[in-house]
Design a binder for this molecule. Structure first.
Ligand SMILES: NC(=O)c1ccc[n+]([C@@H]2O[C@H](COP(=O)([O-])OP(=O)(O)OC[C@H]3O[C@@H](n4cnc5c(N)ncnc54)[C@H](OP(=O)(O)O)[C@@H]3O)[C@@H](O)[C@H]2O)c1
Length: 269
C-alpha cells in the first residue's frame, strides 16, 4: 500500500523532531502509517510528540542525541544501521545569523557538525538497506538560502556559515539523487524560505522582519511529500514557476562549460 510519500510505509527517522518542521514531518508521517524515530536533544519535547502520535494510534520511538557530538551521531547511526529505515529526514538545524568574525567558532563548528557531517553520515548509514530493498527516500532539509551566495541585500541576514552548510546540503542531495537513479531510492533537498518555527526565536521570542512572507510548517511538509512523489530533487515549497530552477541549472552548465579552458582568461593575464 502506498502513502503520501509514494511508497510503502516503514520506519521514518526524523532528526530535529522536537519542534518546527521536524515535528510537523513526524506528525504527518505518523498519520501516513510510518513508525517514527524521533531524534533531538530535548527529551521532554520528544516525549510530548511521541504521546501525540500514540494518542492518534501511531507509534514512535525516541532517540535522544546531540548531533553536534560524536556520541549522539553514533547512537543515531547505530539505530539506522539496523536496516529498517525507509525514510530518513535530515532536518535538525539552527541558524547562526551574525557577521562571521563575531560568530563563536565553536558554535560555527557545531553548525557544520549538525548541518553537514550528520546529514552526510546518517545518509551513508541509511542507504545500504534502502538500496538492497530497492526502495526508500532521504529528505534533506536545506534552505532557499543555499542559493544565496551571490545575494548581498542589506536586509538579508549575515549568514556565511549557515548558507554554506545549506549549499552543501543542496549540492550533496542533487548529486546523490543522480547517483541513485535506477535504485528505487529517492533523495530530495527541501529548500523552504521563511517558516514559522522556533528557528527565528531570540531568547524564546519570535524575531522576524515585518512583512516577510511566512509559511506554516504543515504546508512545507505537504510540498515536500508532493515533490517526492513527483520526483523533484530540489523542492522549493513556494516556487510557482518551476522553470526558474531549470534556468539555474542551465546557467550553471553554461558557466561550467565556459570556465573549462586550458588558457588563463585574458583579464587575468
Ligand atoms: N524556519 C525557517 O524559516 C527555515 C527556513 C529554511 C530552512 N530551515 C531549516 O529547517 C530545519 C528545521 O528547523 P526549524 O525551522 O523547524 O527550527 P526549530 O523549530 O528551531 O527546530 C530545530 C530542530 O533541530 C533540533 N536540533 C538543533 N540542534 C541540534 C543538535 N545539536 N542535535 C540534535 N538536534 C538538534 C532541535 O531539537 P533540540 O533543540 O531538542 O535538540 C529542533 O528539533 C533546519 O535545518 C533549518 O535550517 C528553516
Amino acid at each position: 500500500m502506498t502513502n503520501s510519500t509514494g511508497s510503502s510505509s516503514g520506519v521514518a527517522v526524523i532528526t530535529g523532531a522536537s519542534s518546527g518542521i521536524g515535528k510537523a514531518f513526524a506528525e504527518h508521517l505518523a498519520s501516513d502509517g510510518y513508525n517514527i524515530g524521533l531524534v533531538a536533544r530535548r527529551r521532554d519535547r520528544l516525549e510530548d510528540v511521541a504521546r501525540e502520535i500514540e494518542a492518534r494510534g501511531g507509534s514512535a520511538e525516541i532517540i535522544i542525541a546531540d548531533l553536534a557530538r560524536s556520541e549522539g551521531l553514533d547512537a543515531v547511526e547505530r539505530r539506522i544501521a539496523v536496516g529498517d529505515v525507509s525514510l530518513l529526514v535530515n532536518n535538525a538545524g539552527f541558524q547562526t545569523y551574525s557577521p562571521f568574525v563575531d560568530l563563536s567558532i565553536d558554535r560555527a563548528g557545531e553548525e557544520v557538525a549538525v548541518q553537514v557531517t550528520a546529514v552526510m553520515r546518517l545518509s551513508h548509514a541509511a542507504l545500504p538497506a534502502m538500496i538492497s530493498r530497492g526502495e526508500g527516500a532521504i529528505i534533506n532539509v536545506s534552505s532557499i538560502l543555499s542559493f544565496s551566495g551571490s545575494l548581498n541585500q542589506p536586509y538579508m541576514p549575515k549568514r556565511s556559515v549557515y548558507a554554506a552548510t545549506k549549499a552543501f546540503v543542496t549540492t550533496f542531495s542533487e548529486l546523490l539523487a543522480a547517483e541513485l537513479q535506477g535504485t528505487g531510492v529517492r533523495v530530495q533537498a527541501l529548500c523552504p524560505a521563511v517558516v514559522r518555527t522556533e528557528f527565528h526565536d531570540i531568547d524564546g521570542k519570535p524575531v522576524l522582519r515585518p512583512n516577510v512572507p511566512v509559511m506554516e510548517p504543515a504546508d512545507v511538509i505537504i510540498a515536500s511529500l508532493a515533490g517526492l512523489r513527483q520526483g523533484d530533487t530540489v523542492c522549493i515549497p513556494a516556487l510557482e514557476d518551476r522553470d526558474r530552477l531549470s534556468a539555474v541549472a542551465d546557467a550553471n552548465r553554461a558557466l561550467f562549460d565556459a570556465g573549462r579552458g586550458a588558457e588563463v582568461a585574458s583579464r587575468y593575464r
